[in-house]
Design a protein around this ligand. Sequence first.
Ligand SMILES: Nc1[nH]c(=O)nc2c1ncn2[C@H]1C[C@H](O)[C@@H](COP(=O)(O)OP(=O)(O)OP(=O)(O)O)O1
Length: 196
Amino acid sequence: MSTSLAPPGIVHEGTLVPVHNGGDSTIWLPFEKVKLYTNAFIIQDGKILLGYKKRGFGQGLYNGFGGKVEPNETPAQAAARELQEEAGIEAPLRHCGTLFFVLKNFRDHAFYVDIFVAKEYSGTIIETDEMRPQWFSTASEGLEKLDDMLPIPYDKMWADDVFWMPLLLADRPFIGRADLDKDNTMEKWWFAEKTS
Ligand SMILES: Nc1[nH]c(=O)nc2c1ncn2[C@H]1C[C@H](O)[C@@H](COP(=O)(O)OP(=O)(O)OP(=O)(O)O)O1
């Protein structure tokens, strides 16, 4: 049973506790098609692995490693493949969240993104044509930083990330939707923690 009203596009079971919602827009943007995507993060010993997107969608932003789910794949299989293709590593990925994005000036499709996380990985992290991997400290402002590692670069990430990344770092399953304008500003958003 759900205790809250989730926005269109969000599919869920269990109890949701809303943690953030807002935006100037009164309506959720309409969408026709939905495409499945993945996004995977390695979080270990006070640091998180992000990749600088060198080309294509989201170019110039830091993000996890992911992409489209191919027709013959489950999201978990796609997440493992994309992590290998974009960072050169394998990891015991766990599902930790689901996000739904609609871009105002991109009417082709909405993004349904399954988020995965792992505490370990095997292999050697490599830079690829698409991504330049880099570790960032997960320590909060004011706390001791790991060596010279920079904090998570929220100002160079999708604008929605600052809302759900703390839940990912705390290993608290989450779900949410954000409607974004073309300049990476948020028009409307809603994020919840999954408590069952
Ligand atoms: N608003 C948003 N915030 C965010 O944090 N990640 C987003 C996002 N909108 C999309 N993403 C993620 C989902 C996915 O991991 C990635 C888009 O994947 P890609 O750029 O790899 O897509 P492509 O169409 O190039 O797919 P592939 O060719 O399969 O790699 O961006």
